[in-house]
Design a protein around this ligand. Structure first.
Ligand code: BT5
Length: 323
């Protein structure tokens, strides 16, 4: 892509006095007219490029947009995000990912949108995805594992997210079984796993992740006030969504490869120590059933071990709240 090659050169020379159109054209063996077109395209994508005397170009800032040009830049993964489809608006990145996976899209394909108009949570719930405030993304994975092991990927994803936020922001992010990530008890991210499987084999898994990065309090409706939060609200700082996404992909890839080889047990201790529920009294909503108990453990399939009136039960899904 012409604009990508021009951008690579402009980034390399970011601190110099700039590059001339003729130098760009000779370095890339392109006619000058293509250089002008490439520069115009980059400006349209939000890159700030200073122009001197109409012919010397200097890159002064890059957009925090979830576009392949930025996500691919120095991304150290071998599978995740190698192919990226990026949109201004989608109904749901998960829906598109599912369709593409059915059409044989390769493992690691990443779908991102700046805004979702029908972002999905679990069980038909909605996920608010306002424009340019968060990371709304889905990944296509094709692990060769039995379907019963697939829910473990939700905890693996949560772990990668918690590791990312802790490392990049210093905030104490926690996992809330089975699919939430919290800071100070408030939800900043949710994970939605969708599975296509036969009895003994997974065809593909869609990992949908929504991360609230730069929302302010007023971006949330009344019913989520005090329950939902963003990285900006917790840290007081704006973080680059692109940088968070890249770190997350790198961490998730490492965890995913170990998960496929060794199973969830490889990360179980870290998952447990990052989990806000362990040892606490909780209320579990499972369909229409309500159970109270103490969270004793998380097992190697990612199920919750709940003690209720002296009995231990294994819970594979549901909604848990601290009491
Ligand atoms: C989840 O569901 O937490 C999974 C959310 C997954 C969203 C991603 S975004 C990219 C990808 N494409 C999609 O269409 N979805 C995935 P659940 O545990 O059911 O939580 C949903 C509940 O969280 C809602 O009913 C609200 O109460 C609350 N909620 C909605 N939007 C929120 C937000 N932006 N931040 C925090 N809480 C939210």
């Amino acid at each position: 892509m012409i604009s990508e090659s021009i951008l690579t050169l402009l980034k390399r020379e970011k601190n110099s006095s700039g590059l001339s159109a003729s130098l760009l054209s000779s370095s890339l063996s392109l006619p000058t007219s293509s250089v002008y077109e490439g520069i115009a395209e980059l400006k349209k994508l939000g890159y700030k490029i200073e122009t001197e005397k109409g012919k010397i170009y200097r890159l002064t800032s890059v957009p925090d947009s979830l576009i392949p040009l930025e996500i691919h830049d120095n991304l150290k993964t071998k599978i995740l995000g190698k192919r990226i489809l990026s949109y201004r608006t989608l109904k749901s990145t998960n829906d598109l990912a599912y369709r593409l996976a059915e059409e044989k899209a390769p493992e690691g394909t990443l779908i991102v949108a700046e805004k979702q108009t029908a972002g999905k949570g679990r069980l038909g719930r909605k996920w608010l995805s306002p424009p340019e405030r968060g990371i709304w993304m889905s990944l296509i994975l094709r692990p060769k594992i039995p379907p019963a092991k697939a829910p473990g990927l939700s905890l693996c994803t949560g772990l990668a997210l918690v590791q990312t936020i802790r490392e990049k922001t210093g905030l104490k992010a926690d996992l809330k079984w089975p699919n939430d990530c919290l800071i100070e008890g408030k939800k900043f991210a949710g994970i939605l796993l969708e599975l296509s499987a036969e009895l003994d084999k997974v065809n593909f898994v869609i990992i949908g992740v929504g991360v609230n990065v730069n929302q302010v309090q007023d971006d949330f409706p009344k019913n989520l006030k005090g329950k939902a939060t963003s990285i900006l609200m917790e840290s007081g700082k704006r973080y680059s969504r692109v940088e968070l996404l890249k770190t997350f992909l790198e961490k998730l890839e490492k965890i995913y490869l170990n998960f496929k080889t060794f199973g969830l047990k490889f990360y179980l201790e870290e998952i447990k120590s990052s989990s806000s529920m362990l040892g606490h009294k909780v209320k579990l909503l499972y369909g229409k059933e309500k159970i109270k108990g103490i969270v004793k453990d998380i097992d190697e399939n990612g199920s919750l071990i709940l003690e209720t009136r002296g009995h231990l039960g294994t819970i594979s899904s549901g909604e848990v709240t601290l009491i």
